[in-house]
Ligand binder design. Structure first.
Ligand code: GLU
Ligand code: ZN
Length: 298
């Protein structure tokens, strides 16, 4: 007998509770879900609640409710990054004690002239680890990977990123560290997420290499850009996903992903739309880029 779920594919959706889900998050949830389910894979849910000050009260519950009303069913219990601090601390201490990471006391003002690329000012300062940001030393090397939609992506860590923060001065762990540890811990084989994270991936590849973790496959979804070229997102006040719009918005998201659902799904339940989507999923049809009118009208 063939088993229903295959350990060969474990995917995930990893929302940040800084706000409600919007159409862009729905596209990410849907694509990661269908990519997993279409091959009998598992689909996990992880709440990326690393930054309590930026968390919107009630956002976690609203995200779960939206996912449920849109017909998504995840495997196992959801994990929260806020419950994983001990694991992050252990790795961070290891990196620090081995000299792979160091404490940085630079102020924001001091770093202003460098446009986000840390120039290594504290590299050899030997600051103690308390009351300081912790930065990971990056090698003077180019990291590259082959994305299933975006193709070859390359980035020189030394020149384009610089030593990056893995724990902030206020003690909060950085996304880059947490995401790599959690994806490995949860056995994630395939990462499907928005292309806004494309330029984070080389940092994550470096962390995986450093920690001896397996590299997952990557699929970065097209970002929806406004007619003015700006990215559609939380800053554009995209409306929250309404429960009574589940079927039409799922169909719109499917079309944005290059899939061609038939007209008779217009009256289907969200679960039926997902079922159709998983039976007909073709990731090779996903467009590399998408403008807002395309996303809405296709
Ligand atoms: N939590 C991130 C977000 O909401 C996604 C992280 C990821 O998929 O790697 O944008
Ligand atoms: Zn510094």
């Amino acid at each position: 007998m063939t088993s229903l779920t295959s350990p060969d594919y474990i995917g995930r959706f990893a929302p940040t509770p800084s706000g409600h889900l919007h159409f862009g998050s729905l596209v990410a949830a849907l694509a990661s879900y269908l990519d997993a389910r279409s091959v009998g894979g598992r689909w996990l849910l992880r709440m990326e609640d690393l930054d309590p000050p930026r968390e919107e009260p009630g956002a976690q519950a609203a995200i779960l409710k939206a996912l449920e009303s849109y017909g998504f069913e995840w495997d196992g219990t959801m994990i929260r990054q806020s419950e994983r601090h001990a694991a992050y601390a252990q790795v961070l201490d290891q990196l620090f004690n081995h000299g792979l990471a160091y404490a940085c006391t630079c102020s924001r003002k001091q770093l202003e002239p460098y446009h986000g690329i840390y120039p290594g000012l504290c590299r050899n300062a030997g600051h103690p680890g308390e009351d300081a940001a912790i930065r990971l030393r990056v090698p003077e090397l180019e990291y590259h990977f082959n994305d299933r939609v975006q193709g070859q992506y390359r980035q020189h860590l030394g020149r384009e990123v610089g030593d990056f923060v893995i724990r902030r001065r206020d003690g909060l762990y950085a996304y880059q560290l947490a995401v790599v540890l959690d994806d490995a811990w949860q056995g994630i084989t395939d990462i499907v997420r928005g292309a806004d994270l494309l330029d984070s991936t080389p940092r994550q590849l470096y962390l995986q290499e450093l920690l001896g973790l397996r590299q997952p496959r990557y699929l970065h979804l097209p970002l929806i850009t406004q007619p003015d070229g700006n990215k559609l997102g939380k800053s554009y006040r995209s409306p929250p996903l309404r429960a009574d719009q589940a079927t039409p918005l799922l169909l719109r998201a499917l079309r944005a992903l290059g899939q061609t659902p038939p007209a008779d799904l217009d009256d289907a339940t969200p679960a039926e739309v997902l079922k159709w989507g998983s039976a007909h999923w073709d990731a090779t049809l996903i467009p590399r880029t998408l403008t807002l009118p395309e996303a809405l009208l296709r």
